[in-house]
Design a protein around this ligand. Structure first.
Ligand code: NAD
Length: 518
């Protein structure tokens, strides 16, 4: 093992280890080699992160908003200056291909920019004279310590979805990265220190479900957010519901890409390849089911197979490669089991990604090559379950309503894409597809940071979406104040009106009554 990386918790601006923590190995999925060690924080350490963040909240909430946002401007600059190192951290432990890792970091820089709009987007409302002498005011206030949990597949993006919005609004944050992709947040912690962010505003702790179980018990924690699978989202929703904590929980997905007979074929094939095999299919917006109208069906399978055979699989750091490995040996096994399940169910295996050709250095990596099934039917496991790997299931539909019906019957509802030149049908699809995000002639319907991101049904437990204007909703409360502006009774009418207007006693009493009535 070369250059072992020792991951550490980051609390109160310090790198912390504790003698009671367990250690788990960290692997490079491109080679299967152990590259480091990740701590599982003890309960005492988890509690310390929350206490530190709570202490920080008491002063951070009072820091003027322009100054809070100033740290985010500085963070954006620091990320730009360290773009390549941040991308490499993702390409090493998550084994996202380096070009996609650069794209992920770029997206987070844009999200941080978006969160710098906080002074405009956090403005409240005021309505004068909601009753006689009574004004109403709504201010958006921070709530306290939020905790967030990340999945393995977007270690940077999920930082962006939670932390800039939470801290711009005046909260503090404890973040738990995935144990499988911990490196990015080590680099970010260093940058947060470098820009001088006050200690405790962002703390980082490593561990598994026990971390969240400690959070549920702590009164200082006001809310928990997650991006992960739907079963994890539901279990957190249940636990937080019992103890009355806020939740924002983005869950799993199974996305349809639908092609009508007038779809532009080159655009379609290119988008299926990018969407289905990018990040080795480990994206919540990966198109997994390709639903095609009869006139186009054979042609799409032929062209897709041709394009897929050209895909180079290999080390995520190799610029000439298109697709890297999946995250772990267990994930590889799970995906291969799905391939077997498709065969057993009678789907036609057009391309088998098991045992792809690999360079010698990557023979022990966790690779599944691009795989295509044709003639799949809606009840097959490969259509029902989230595979989270580079496996495409192609099915024939008779018309767009068929596709809308299948999408409606799914338990998840993250994204769906339609390829057509018919704007009437595109409009109908946007209105009726039972998902949170739609792409029209776009294969990965990931919204830009100015827009909200999130699904429906089991893809988003609760209502809050991330980023865009919505990004602030979960991290603020709308505090409503009702303010009497009528003169106190011990002031003479003349004093209170500045001598210009007569206010009678009975008018004052009227104010009280109308206030209670309202
Ligand atoms: P996962 O659910 O296994 O783990 C996610 C995180 O939750 C990890 O940090 C893990 O340690 C933690 N965790 C696991 N069980 C927990 C529990 N019971 N209580 C508290 N924390 C727990 O997911 P994963 O395999 O890391 O990521 C892939 C999943 O994430 C896929 O289902 C994918 O669709 C989903 N995802 C969704 C989106 C979205 O926008 N909806 C984005 C990215 C990934």
């Amino acid at each position: 093992m070369v250059d072992t990386i020792r991951i550490k918790n980051f609390i109160d601006g310090e790198w912390v280890t504790d003698e009671n923590e367990k250690i788990l190995p960290l692997y490079n999925p491109s080679t299967g080699e152990q590259i480091g060690e990740v701590p599982v924080a003890s309960q005492a350490t988890v509690e310390a992160t929350v206490k530190s963040s709570h202490e920080a909240f008491l002063t951070w909430r009072k820091v003027p908003i322009g100054k809070r946002v100033g740290y985010l401007f500085a963070l954006r600059e620091a990320m730009k200056n360290n773009h390549e190192a941040l991308a490499e951290s993702i390409a090493i432990d998550q084994a996202k291909h380096i070009s996609e890792a650069r794209g992920e970091v770029q997206r987070v820089i844009e999200i941080v920019e978006m969160s710098c709009n906080a002074p405009s987007l956090l403005q409240g409302e005021m309505l004068d004279q909601i009753a006689d002498g009574i004004n109403g005011r709504v201010t958006r206030q921070p709530l306290g310590v939020f905790c967030g949990i990340a999945p393995f597949n977007f270690p940077a993006l999920v930082f962006g979805w939670f932390i800039p919005f939470a801290i711009a609004a005046g909260n503090t944050f404890v973040f738990k990265p995935s144990m499988e992709s911990p490196l990015f947040m080590q680099k970010m912690a260093q940058l947060l220190n470098d820009i001088g962010l006050p200690k405790g505003v962002v703390n980082i702790v490593y561990g598994e479900r026990e971390v969240a179980e400690t959070w549920y018990q702590m009164p200082e924690v006001v809310g928990v957010c997650l991006v992960g699978s739907s079963p994890t989202a539901k279990s957190i929703a249940e636990a937080c519901g019992r103890v009355g904590k806020k939740t924002m929980l983005l869950g799993g997905a199974k996305n349809y890409l639908v092609a009508l007979e007038d779809a532009q074929i080159d655009l379609l094939i290119n988008n299926i390849v990018q969407s289905g095999y990018g990040s080795a299919g480990q994206r919540c917006l990966a198109s997994s089911i390709i639903a095609i109208m009869p006139d186009l069906y054979d042609k799409v399978i032929e062209r897709l197979t041709e394009a897929t055979k050209k895909i180079v699989v290999g080390d995520a750091m190799n610029e000439d490669v298109f697709m890297g490995p999946v995250i772990s040996a267990q994930a590889k096994q799970r995906i291969e089991n799905f391939i077997q399940s498709g065969i057993d169910a009678g789907a036609r295996l057009v391309l088998d990604g098991r045992n792809p050709d690999l360079p010698e250095a990557n023979k022990d990596g966790y690779f599944v090559g691009p795989t295509i099934f044709a003639d799949v039917t809606p009840c097959m496991e490969i259509v029902q379950e989230e595979i989270f790997g580079p496996v495409l299931s192609v099915m024939k539909i008779q018309d767009m309503d068929d596709a809308l019906d299948l999408i409606r019957k799914q338990s998840t509802g993250n994204g769906a894409c339609l390829f057509t030149q018919n704007m009437y049908l595109a409009e109908k699809f946007m209105n009726e597809a039972d998902v949170g995000m739609v792409g029209i002639n776009v294969g990965v319907c990931a919204p830009h940071p100015y827009m909200p991101f999130g699904g429906i049904k089991d893809s988003l437990i609760g209502n809050n979406k991330v980023q865009g204007k919505d990004g602030f909703d979960f991290f603020t409360q709308n505090k409503v104040s009702t303010i009497r502006v009528a003169p106190p009774q011990n002031l003479s009418a003349e004093q209170s009106s500045g001598g210009e207007q007569k206010v009678t006693e009975s008018a004052g009493k009227g104010n009280v009554r109308s206030c209670i009535a309202s």
